[in-house]
Design a binder for this molecule. Structure first.
Ligand SMILES: *Cc1c(COP(=O)(O)O)cnc(C)c1O
Length: 423
């Protein structure tokens, strides 16, 4: 007679097939069970024909991968435990000792840190280029260059490069081009079709995305994706992915799947609120510069317009703010981030007092969640050179959440008063 606990573990009940609901099921596994030895021996994990081990995919992660590939206009996708892991997965898949990787000087900071430490230790060199000067990229590509990173808009300083030109330079030199597409999120522009309707087929080779941000939307998940349109390149990335053990958990995949249907609405809402607040900041005397690619006068605005404001965006707008909506470059898509440079007369201590005085804006990294966030940056320590298009002063980046714009604006106003009163 079999023990009850054995019967519980090997329970024979299987629910009926044919269950359908708005969200896909959540499958969780390390072990995947094979029906027989032959199936175990002939297992294949390189494509989605079956299941082998939790690390290599479950129905839940397959579904999320396919949806993300669709979002970005790609054909293949791998999921990794963070956006930074996506960057590392790409680097380790395509770079080898003796190679060089070119990284924009305004890239996501930890991507530069990876190049400066692990990649360097493994004999992979890196150089930073000025993303706002395509000639600088042209000049820095050499026979050693195997990978070029691009990012639009730039991290923290929000300048928008001529992405099409940067990608054309990579193509002309036969160098792989990988985009950190976290800002665009597959919504602001299509990374694999940057010049739609021209028949140029202009696109990046690889798009990485910190799903931690807009796809998750909650500030409570860490995940990244690597999307491609080339089966061989995907396989290379997937092999590295397997050897490094970079799987994601079913519950985390579920959270992203649950948030994905509302990504367009959330992205647009963050975007509209950020533009209204950026325009308001422009009207304030405290700031030397407001950095937001959708604002006329912001570095790279014309490139943003050409790529992200092609007239196709749904003007969801904000019903309560018709006046702003009418004038504040309300078309196109631009995420929910912007930065300000406080006038040089404010000391770094006063800028800290400004950030500390904010009540609704919380001090914290990352973005894409419901809560507005603020980070003061020491730009001089982050760049090889202070770009000529940036005013001097302390930079503060805002990530706009989903709170009412009027409340956020009032919070900024009272914190500016507190800063003025501080010393
Ligand atoms: C947040 C972010 C990442 C890294 O994502 P994590 O999931 O936090 O590792 C990469 N690139 C950009 C542009 C980001 O904003």
């Amino acid at each position: 007679m079999q023990d009850m606990i054995t019967g519980l573990i090997h329970h024979p009940y299987a629910p009926p097939e044919g269950f359908h609901a708005p969200q896909p099921g959540v499958f969780k596994a390390s072990t995947v069970i094979f029906p027989n030895v032959a199936a175990m021996r002939s297992r294949e994990w390189k494509d989605k024909t079956g299941y082998t081990y939790g690390l290599h995919g479950t129905p839940t992660t397959y579904v999320l991968e396919e949806r993300l590939a669709t979002l970005e206009g790609g054909l293949q996708c791998v999921l990794v435990p963070s956006g930074l892991a996506a960057i590392a997965n790409v680097a380790l898949a395509v770079l080898k000792t003796g190679d060089e990787v070119l990284i924009p000087d305004n890239a996501y900071g930890p991507s530069k840190a990876l190049a400066a430490a692990e990649l360097k230790d493994w004999g992979i060199t890196h150089r930073y280029y000025d993303a706002m000067n395509p000639q600088d990229l042209r000049d820095k590509i050499s026979a050693k260059t195997s990978l070029v990173w691009v990012e639009a808009a730039g991290s923290v300083t929000m300048e928008f490069p001529d992405l099409c030109e940067l990608v054309r330079i990579c193509k002309a030199n036969n160098v792989l081009c990988a985009l950190d597409n976290t800002w665009g999120a597959g919504i602001a522009f299509k990374p694999f079709d940057l010049a739609p309707g021209t028949g140029q087929g202009l696109g990046v080779d690889i798009s990485v995305h910190a799903l931690t941000k807009y796809p998750s939307g909650g500030g409570d998940v860490l995940m990244g994706s690597v999307v491609t349109r080339d089966a061989n390149l995907h396989l290379k990335i997937k092999l590295t992915h397997m050897r490094l053990g970079l799987g994601v958990a079913g519950n985390d995949a579920e959270l992203v799947l649950r948030a994905l249907p509302s990504i367009m609405l959330r992205y647009r809402a963050h975007d509209m609120a950020a533009r209204q607040l950026a325009v308001w900041c422009q009207s304030r005397p405290d700031f030397a510069q407001v950095l937001h690619p959708a604002l006329a006068g912001s570095p790279g605005h014309a490139h943003w317009q050409a790529l992200c404001d092609t007239g196709g965006a749904g003007n969801v707008g904000n019903a309560g703010n018709a006046a702003n909506a009418a004038n504040a470059a309300n078309s196109g898509n631009a995420a929910g981030l912007f930065s300000v440079i406080l006038k040089a007369k404010f000391t770094p201590g006063q800028v800290d007092a400004f950030c500390d005085a904010l009540k609704l804006f919380k001090l914290g990294f990352s973005w894409g969640g419901p809560m507005s966030l603020v980070v003061p940056y020491d730009l001089a320590s982050m760049r090889i050179a202070w770009p000529a298009y940036l005013a001097r002063g302390t930079l503060v980046r805002f990530s706009i959440g989903l709170e009412a714009v009027t409340d956020l604006q009032a919070d900024l106003a009272q914190a500016l008063d507190a800063m003025a009163a501080s010393r």
